[in-house]
Design a protein around this ligand. Structure first.
Ligand SMILES: Cc1cc2nc3c(=O)[nH]c(=O)nc-3n(C[C@H](O)[C@H](O)[C@H](O)COP(=O)(O)OP(=O)(O)OC[C@H]3O[C@@H](n4cnc5c(N)ncnc54)[C@H](O)[C@@H]3O)c2cc1C
Length: 396
C-alpha cells in the first residue's frame, strides 16, 4: 500500500490551492485524487477579483475584465457603478485549475490521480486509510477534504453539513447581442429563483447567464431551476433582447453550500472550500474563498509536516487563522442568510437595491467581498448598546 504524508480529495480550486501551499513550504509527499478531471467542467466562468488572480498567478485564465457593475432587480430597480480600474474579472475555471496544477507539478512532489474516486475512509492509530475506485488503498497522515458539495468525509463520518444551499442553473451562450461587454450584472429578488442570478458577458457575442434557488436541502430538482432560467431568458428585460437569438454552448449547474461548518479540523482530517461551506453566504462567491482558505489550510498542514506534528492540535492553526480573518463577516452573513433568501419579498429586495444605489462604488465592493455595510462599524447606537450589554453580562 502506498503511503503519503497528505492526501487531498478533490481537484477544484480549494484542493489545488492547498496542494500548492504545501508543496511550496514542505518536503511532504502528496497525493491529489480527483474523481473526474482537474477543474470541474460544470463551472464555466465564475467571477472573482483581479488581486486574487494576481496572487494565485491565474491571469492567463481571465476571460473578461469588468469596469461596470450593475445590481438589478427583475422588476426594474437598478444600482449601477462605473470604475476606472476593473474591480471584477471572470475566469475560465478549468484553465485556472490547470494553471494551479502546473505550478504544483513544477515542484514535482505531488502525484495526481484523475478519474479516481475516493470511496471510503478508515482511521487506524497512526494512519488514515483511503479506499479508491481503482481498487487500490493508500495510507496518509493527513487527509484534506476538498470534495466540494459531495462532502466526502462529512457524509462518511456522519458529521454536520452546512445549513443552506444555492442551486444555480445557467448557460454559456453564443450569438448574443451585448452592448456593454464590460458590464457585469448580478440580479436580486425572487422572481426567477430566490438566490438571484448573474449575467457575465465574455465579449459582444458570448455571455454567461443564469439564476439560482436557495433552500435548506443539498438537492433541488434541476427542472425547476432550469424552468426559472428559461422564463428569465424570455421575459427579463433587457436580457431577453440581448439573448433573443443566443445559442447554448454548454449548461452549468451544481450546488453551492452556504454557511461555514463550525469545525474544519476533525482529528487528522481537514476540510476546505465548498466541503467546509466557505462560499460567502451574501453573494455565494466561492472561488476566492476556496483559494484563500486553501492557502491558509496548506500553510498550517505544511508547518505541521515540517515539525513532524501531524495531529489535531497543530492542524487547528488553520481554523484559528481562518476564524481570525473571516469569522466576523461570515457569522453575520450566515445569521441573516435564511431570512434574506427564504423570507424576503420582491419589494424587500427592491428596497435593498434602491439603498445600494445610494452607496459609493467602493462601498458596493466592500459589501460584495466582505459583507461590510456602511456605518456598521461606526454606528454609535449599536456600539453603545453592545457595551451596555457586555457590562450587564459581566455582572451575570
Ligand atoms: C453554476 C455555478 C456557478 C458559480 N458561479 C460562481 C461565481 O461566479 N463566482 C464564484 O466565486 N463562485 C461561483 N460558484 C461557486 C464556486 O464555483 C465554488 O464555490 C468553488 O468552485 C468551490 O471550489 P472547491 O474546490 O471547494 O469545489 P469544486 O470546484 O466543486 O471541486 C471539488 C472537486 O472534488 C471532486 N470530488 C468530489 N468528490 C470526490 C471523491 N469522492 N473523490 C475524488 N474527487 C472528488 C469533484 O469532482 C470536484 O472536481 C459557482 C458554482 C456553480 C455550481
Amino acid at each position: 500500500m502506498e503511503e503519503y504524508d497528505v492526501v487531498i480529495v478533490g481537484g477544484g480550486v480549494a484542493g489545488l490551492s492547498t496542494a500548492l501551499s504545501i508543496s511550496r513550504k514542505a518536503e511532504a509527499t502528496l497525493l491529489l485524487v480527483e474523481k473526474g478531471t482537474v477543474g470541474d467542467p460544470s463551472k464555466t466562468s465564475p467571477f472573482t477579483f483581479p488581486d486574487t488572480v494576481q496572487r494565485f498567478q491565474l491571469s492567463e485564465a481571465v476571460l473578461q475584465k469588468y469596469t461596470r457593475f450593475t445590481y438589478r432587480s427583475p422588476t426594474g430597480v437598478v444600482a449601477s457603478f462605473k470604475y476606472e480600474k476593473p474591480p471584477f474579472v471572470t475566469l475560465d475555471y478549468q484553465k485556472a485549475c490547470n494553471l494551479l496544477l502546473n505550478q504544483i507539478t513544477k515542484k514535482g512532489t505531488v502525484n495526481v490521480l484523475e478519474k479516481t474516486e475516493a470511496l471510503d475512509i478508515e482511521a487506524t492509530r497512526t494512519y488514515l486509510k483511503l479506499s479508491l475506485s481503482n481498487s487500490a488503498s493508500v495510507l496518509c497522515h493527513v487527509l484534506v477534504d476538498a470534495s466540494g458539495s459531495s462532502f466526502f468525509t462529512s457524509r462518511k463520518l456522519g458529521t454536520k453539513l452546512p445549513a443552506l444551499y444555492s442551486h444555480p442553473y445557467g448557460e454559456f451562450l453564443e450569438e448574443c447581442r451585448i452592448e456593454e461587454p464590460e458590464e457585469m450584472c448580478i440580479f436580486s429578488g425572487n422572481k426567477y429563483g430566490n438566490g438571484g442570478g448573474w449575467m457575465y458577458p465574455i465579449d459582444r457575442k458570448t455571455a454567461r447567464f443564469g439564476f439560482a434557488t436557495v433552500t435548506r436541502s443539498t438537492v433541488y430538482p434541476r427542472d425547476i431551476v432550469e424552468r426559472n432560467y428559461r422564463d428569465a431568458l424570455r421575459n427579463f428585460y433587457p436580457y431577453n433582447e440581448m439573448l433573443a437569438d443566443a445559442k447554448k454552448k454548454r449548461s452549468e449547474s451544481g450546488t453551492i453550500p452556504i454557511g461555514p461548518l463550525m469545525k474544519f479540523v476533525q482529528g487528522r482530517i481537514v476540510l476546505v472550500g465548498d466541503a467546509a461551506g466557505q462560499a460567502t453566504s451574501w453573494y455565494n462567491e466561492g472561488v476566492r474563498p476556496a483559494l484563500e482558505s486553501g492557502e491558509i489550510c496548506g500553510n498550517a498542514v505544511a508547518e505541521a509536516c515540517e515539525d513532524g506534528k501531524l495531529h489535531e492540535r497543530t492542524l487547528a492553526k488553520y481554523q484559528h487563522l481562518w476564524d481570525a480573518t473571516n469569522k466576523r463577516s461570515y457569522s453575520k452573513g450566515t445569521r441573516g442568510a435564511s431570512r434574506t433568501f427564504l423570507g424576503r419579498s420582491q419589494e424587500d429586495w427592491n428596497n435593498s437595491v434602491r439603498y445600494q444605489a445610494s452607496l459609493s462604488r467602493e462601498e458596493m465592493i466592500a459589501i460584495i467581498r466582505y459583507n461590510r455595510w456602511p456605518g456598521s462599524r461606526s454606528n454609535l447606537h449599536s456600539r453603545c448598546w453592545r457595551r451596555l450589554r457586555n457590562f450587564v453580562r459581566g455582572f451575570g
